[in-house]
Design a protein around this ligand. Structure first.
Ligand SMILES: [Mg+2]
Length: 271
């Protein structure tokens, strides 16, 4: 006997009417999903494995419902309050993890610099970023409640000392002690040049081989092109940059360095 849907037990004319007109029920994708699930449930009920199929469809239907509910809930939730983010950053900085992580990065850099210096190659160089790599701007961040504005930064930098970040100062001392050249490349602009060099010297970076400031004419969104070009200029002078240390990804991308070392800085972002 030919086994058709109509011939299956419990499948009467009312059932045929439901299966014959699915399009009238498919209104919108959510409606279509719901109704088609119902149709599938009805269809599988007629299958010889009806009970298992029905259970499976029922479970699937509930799962879909909870997924949809979860998506709606996640769309309605708001991010944490900014105050709590700032408190978490202060805890991170003051309670130890920040210092530990900076020490770890600096230790890796020193290890690599020593290994490369042992090769006896001449004119090896190390590049350091300035703010929150060589020296700390933490005092300003706290004073200005993490605000980022050039005018506020310049006012602070012109009138305040900035302490060295100890583990990076050690990278500097080790590099100098091994006879390597040390260059600074900073996003600070020329009006801050004199003051920045005084600040670096006061922090312990007393001798270095060059410092590059961002030109006043550079208004690109990212610092990366300027920093990349400065490293290119250093290498064109005949130096081989073996390590580039910075706190922002824009300090490190673009090449012209054997290795890059990123110290943590979750306090702000410089593109
Ligand atoms: Mg920096």
């Amino acid at each position: 006997m030919k086994r058709t849907l109509d011939a299956l037990p419990g499948n009467g004319s009312a059932g045929r009417a439901r299966y014959a007109a699915p399009t009238e029920l498919a209104v919108g994708w959510r409606g279509g999903l719901t109704i088609n699930m119902a149709l599938l449930t009805e269809l599988f009920t007629a299958h010889p494995l009806g009970t298992k199929m029905r259970l499976m469809c029922s479970t699937l239907w509930r799962f879909s419902f909870f997924c949809l509910f979860g998506i709606l809930l996640s769309g309605c939730s708001s991010p944490d309050n900014l105050y709590f983010h700032k408190q978490a950053l202060i805890r991170y900085h003051d309670s130890g993890p920040y210092k530990t992580q900076v020490q770890r990065v600096a230790a890796h850099a020193i290890s690599y610099i020593r290994k490369r210096a042992a090769s006896g190659e001449r004119n090896l160089a190390v590049v350091l970023d300035v703010d929150d790599t060589a020296i700390s701007t933490w005092d300003r961040l706290i004073r200005d409640d993490f605000a980022r504005k050039d005018t506020m930064f310049i006012a602070w930098a012109m009138t305040n000392p900035a302490p060295a970040i100890g583990p990076v100062l050690e990278v500097y001392h080790q590099s100098r002690g091994l006879g390597l050249k040390v260059f600074f490349i900073t996003g600070r602009r020329n009006p801050l040049a004199e003051r920045t060099e005084l600040t670096l010297k006061a922090a312990g970076y007393t001798e270095y081989d060059g410092i590059y400031f961002r030109p006043d004419s550079d208004h690109q969104k990212s610092l990366a092109p300027f920093k990349t070009d400065a490293r290119r200029q250093i290498e064109e002078k005949g130096f081989k940059i073996i390590a580039n240390v910075g706190d922002q990804q824009s300090d490190l991308t673009g090449g012209y360095s054997e290795r890059t070392f990123k110290v943590p800085n979750p306090f702000y972002y410089t593109p």
